[in-house]
Design a protein around this ligand. Structure first.
Ligand SMILES: Nc1nc2c(c(=O)[nH]1)N[C@H]1C(S)=C(S)[C@@H](COP(=O)(O)OP(=O)(O)OC[C@H]3O[C@@H](n4cnc5c(=O)[nH]c(N)nc54)[C@H](O)[C@@H]3O)O[C@H]1N2
Ligand SMILES: Nc1nc2c(c(=O)[nH]1)N[C@H]1C(S)=C(S)[C@@H](COP(=O)(O)OP(=O)(O)OC[C@H]3O[C@@H](n4cnc5c(=O)[nH]c(N)nc54)[C@H](O)[C@@H]3O)O[C@H]1N2
Ligand SMILES: [Mo]
Length: 776
């Protein structure tokens, strides 16, 4: 059998260039080079010569199970695990190159030059830990715990590392944290109050759907491992429709592409709701029995309770007895429509509130706002409501990384609930989800007894807040599992913040764009170099991550670092137990044991996963809610309403004169955000340069030709990319690539909007205005 991919995927000299040359110029060997100059043994091996271990791709992807093949203590190749429900992709199989990357950090590194110059000197772990301890103590003395800031994100979503980091800072007495997420806070802010839980993934019954609406997302690339379910649905006769300003890879496999102006999705949803209500496609029985559409609202826009002390005692009007009763009374038929209510009550229903918002969205107005033809909107509404079971794919979409993203996500739930398209095979709203919803897991360490409640920083505003000492000065910044220089919006502000904070620690495996700006870089292990557990929300399986090889150089797992630090701060025993202790702690209550996982991944439940199939939602009332008081408290509409995005052509006409193109982001098959972005196998067979997709008319106006370098720019910064002149992007919109490293020319975040998404404290990277010029 052939040994490794090395033999098949030889580097082509042509492609050798960009990544490696770029790095060499920015980082002139000032950090330790990995010992992988020694080639892997090139002998013909039999399968039985290898040892095998199992792990999982732990960054924010689908956590495919991987089998690692080792020989003489070296990782030789990675393959999709036989019998696992999904197959890993090129990224998973290329992880060998991540472990033995020439930009692998092998020792702690202390900055000696200017920040960003990548001039570091190797130091020992003891020296590194001394420095960290000293800086933490100084910060607490001078600035209080507020001066400590920890950033974590999605670089490793195992059940241990991020939780351990946050807990460590809590045990110190607390620290400033990030509020919201760059990813999908808007979905969370819609789902928690509406249906009582986040993550309600419908992937198991996609193939049973008859009508699938991929709304602002691109599962052919971003949920690649189970895109087979969509293909199966189409084979079974389903219609697949994609709503996206870009003709994305899913659109290429779909029956219909509906281009839309970014940020206008809620107007479209409201227009569809109007048609669905007026043409009587609603599922009245479902609404009366399972939702808060029947709750009463008074003239002051307040929901009515039977008892003000009991927040869950909503009042409804029973049409059978003509009496006001509690929402949970049995044997009633709650009024849904205004005409079912006696006028003298002076109340209306939540359903009527929804209709009032929708009524304003006459199809012609929707068409003007979204630039979707009238006939398409009408057909879309009728098809979604009548070709059932129908499913909306939400999947932490690009459409919700917009200024009013919570309403985008919520409007999709409105459509499903109004038509009763939820809780059934082939229906629902496809969100991320997985094992964590299927069983109960426990915290890995007890909650800190003394953590101070400290005002957090909205994640999109990290750069701006730190630069302006908001809400308080930050003196010490710990960054792990996060690429702040590529993934946070407004990169130039983030760079300024990194330069301003006196002591920045970056724990990473590779000399990432962020690590370049650290004062202290800590080498951490990759997934094959330590033991861990994945009980997460991207795969339905709980998976043991086995240590397959010794760490490269002096790399350590993040939790090892926190254990050593905890010992210095007097709470060592909480953090310095063997890793098995924390794995067992997490599994407690799940019914799954480490011994079971040693035999292979375990799915906590049997059969297809169908969220809300019992008709019971996870809100305190067990009903799905449409009227959300949390939104009202923030001075936004309590029922879904359409708000114009501020950074848009209509929202900021003056700015739009200067920057007349709307920029949207796209995720690429070549990487998960910045992770894998420098993997040479992937650079070779996928893409090695960023693209900007631009419509032929927009390109012509600017003298931009296909294949030439162009620059997308606005007041925040510039992003350089090769122009792809194509009708696969809506006129007036450009699409930028997510995840390119500084060393590769820089991320599209240089131009993205750092506005905070209003209701979920989310990320508005897709509400961005730019112009594009030809590079001269
Ligand atoms: N290969 C790969 N897979 C990934 C990731 C990755 O980086 N690479 N990341 C993972 C993560 S963390 C996430 S959150 C998911 C995200 O998964 P997706 O949401 O599918 O990914 P995106 O590429 O961000 O956005 C999808 C589409 O949204 C469109 N879009 C942007 N703005 C709007 C808008 O206002 N309205 C509409 N209708 N469409 C809009 C974009 O044109 C784009 O085609 O993918 C996950 N899977
Ligand atoms: N411009 C733009 N920005 C975006 C998006 C976009 O589409 N466009 N998408 C947004 C979305 S949806 C998301 S989810 C975020 C993702 O943003 P991030 O979570 O920041 O994603 P990555 O770029 O993958 O960065 C993860 C880092 O963690 C490191 N890492 C991996 N394993 C470990 C480990 O075990 N320990 C430590 N300490 N580090 C580790 C990786 O090497 C990498 O440097 O980006 C958001 N930002
Ligand atoms: Mo994400």
């Amino acid at each position: 059998m052939k040994i490794t991919n090395e033999f098949r995927l030889r580097r082509r000299t042509l492609l050798k260039g960009l990544g490696v040359v770029g790095l060499a110029t920015i980082a002139p060997c000032s950090f330790a080079q990995v010992n992988n100059n020694q080639p892997l043994p090139r002998v013909r091996l039999k399968l039985s010569d290898y040892k095998t271990f199992r792990s999982t791709c732990a960054m924010e992807c689908l956590h495919c199970n991987l089998t690692a093949y080792t020989y003489q203590g070296k990782l030789m190749k990675i393959q999709a695990t036989e019998g696992f429900n999904v197959k890993c992709c090129l990224r998973g199989m290329s992880r060998t190159k991540w472990v033995y990357h020439d930009q692998r950090i092998t020792t702690p590194l202390l900055r000696v030059g200017e920040k960003g110059d990548a001039n570091f000197k190797p130091i020992s772990w003891d020296e590194a830990l001394d420095l960290i301890e000293q800086n933490i103590r100084e910060t607490i003395t001078k600035y209080g715990n507020e001066g400590l800031f920890i950033s974590t994100h999605a670089g490793n979503m195992d059940s241990i590392k991020n939780d351990m980091g946050k807990a460590f800072f809590d045990y110190l007495g607390g620290s400033t944290k990030q509020a919201g997420s760059l990813c999908c806070s808007a979905v969370t802010a819609a789902m928690i109050p509406m249906v009582g839980l986040r993550y309600a993934d419908t992937r198991d019954t996609i193939a049973d759907s008859r009508y699938i609406l991929c709304w602002g997302n691109n599962p052919a690339v971003t949920m690649q491992a189970y895109f087979k379910n969509y293909n199966q649905a189409r084979k079974n006769g389903a219609r697949l429709v994609v709503i996206d300003p870009r003709f994305n890879e899913t659109a290429a496999k779909a029956d219909e592409w509906i281009p839309i102006i970014p940020g206008t999705d809620t107007a479209l949803a409201l227009g569809m709701i109007k048609i669905i209500i007026e043409e009587n496609y609603i599922d009245e029985d479902f609404l009366r029995a399972h939702t808060g559409a029947v709750y009463l609202v008074d003239q002051n826009q307040q929901q009515i309770r039977q008892n003000e002390d009991d927040k869950e005692s909503y009042l409804v009007f029973d049409t059978l007895t003509q009496k006001l009763v509690r929402h949970d009374s049995t044997g009633v038929k709650a009024a849904l429509f205004q005409h079912e209510l006696p006028p003298e009550l002076g109340y209306t229903t939540v359903f009527e509130q929804i209709y009032r918002q929708a009524k304003a969205w006459d199809v012609n107005r929707v068409s003007q706002e979204t630039d979707i033809p009238v006939e398409t909107i009408v057909r879309l509404a009728r098809d979604y409501a009548s070709i059932t079971p129908s499913m909306i794919v939400q999947n932490m979409s690009g459409a919700q990384r917009t200024e009013h993203g919570t309403y985008v996500a919520a409007s999709q739930f409105y459509l499903a609930l109004l038509t009763g398209n939820i809780g059934k095979r082939g229906a629902g709203i496809c969100d991320a989800g997985g094992a964590k919803q299927m069983a109960k897991f426990s915290p890995i360490v007890p909650p800190a007894p003394n953590a101070k409640n400290i005002t957090p920083i909205p994640v999109s505003k990290v750069g701006d807040y730190i630069v302006n000492d908001k809400p308080h000065p930050i003196n010490f910044w710990w960054i792990m599992t996060m690429g702040v220089m590529t993934q946070l919006p407004n990169t130039n502000k983030v760079r300024e913040a990194l330069k301003k904070v006196p002591f920045v620690v970056v724990a990473d495996n590779l000399m990432s764009s962020t690590a370049l700006y650290a004062d202290l870089v800590l080498p951490v292990t990759t997934i094959f170099e330590d033991t861990s557990l994945m009980a997460g929300v991207r795969s339905q399986y709980v998976q043991l991550m086995e240590k397959a090889v010794e760490p490269v150089g002096e790399a350590k797992p993040d939790y090892w670092i926190f254990a050593r630090l905890a010992e210095r701060f007097g709470f060592g025993e909480v953090f310095n137990q063997p890793i098995e202790h924390y794995i067992d702690a997490c599994l407690e209550g799940s019914g799954i044991t480490r011994q079971m996982l040693e035999k292979g991944p375990v799915r906590p439940v049997e059969g297809d996963w169908i969220p809300f199939k019992d008709g019971i939602f996870r809100t305190p009332t067990k009903k799905a809610h449409f009227f959300i008081e949390e939104w009202q408290k923030k001075n936004f509409s309590p029922v879904v309403a359409y708000y114009q995005v501020t950074e848009s052509i209509k929202g900021s006409p003056e700015l739009a004169q200067k920057y007349p193109l709307m920029a949207v982001q796209r995720k690429l098959a070549r990487s998960i955000h910045s992770s894998h972005g420098m993997n040479e196998w992937i650079l070779e067979v996928q893409r090695n340069q960023p693209n900007v997709l631009i419509h032929p008319e927009d390109a012509k106006q600017r003298g931009i030709n296909d294949g030439e370098w162009a620059i997308a720019f606005n007041d925040r910064g510039e992003h350089r990319a090769i122009a792809v002149v194509t009708t696969h992007i809506k006129k007036g919109v450009v699409s930028l690539d997510n995840g390119w490293w500084e060393q590769q020319g820089g991320s599209s975040s240089h131009v993205t909007n750092d506005q905070v998404e209003h209701l979920g404290t989310g990320h508005c990277c897709n509400s961005t205005l730019v112009d594009v010029r030809r590079e001269v």
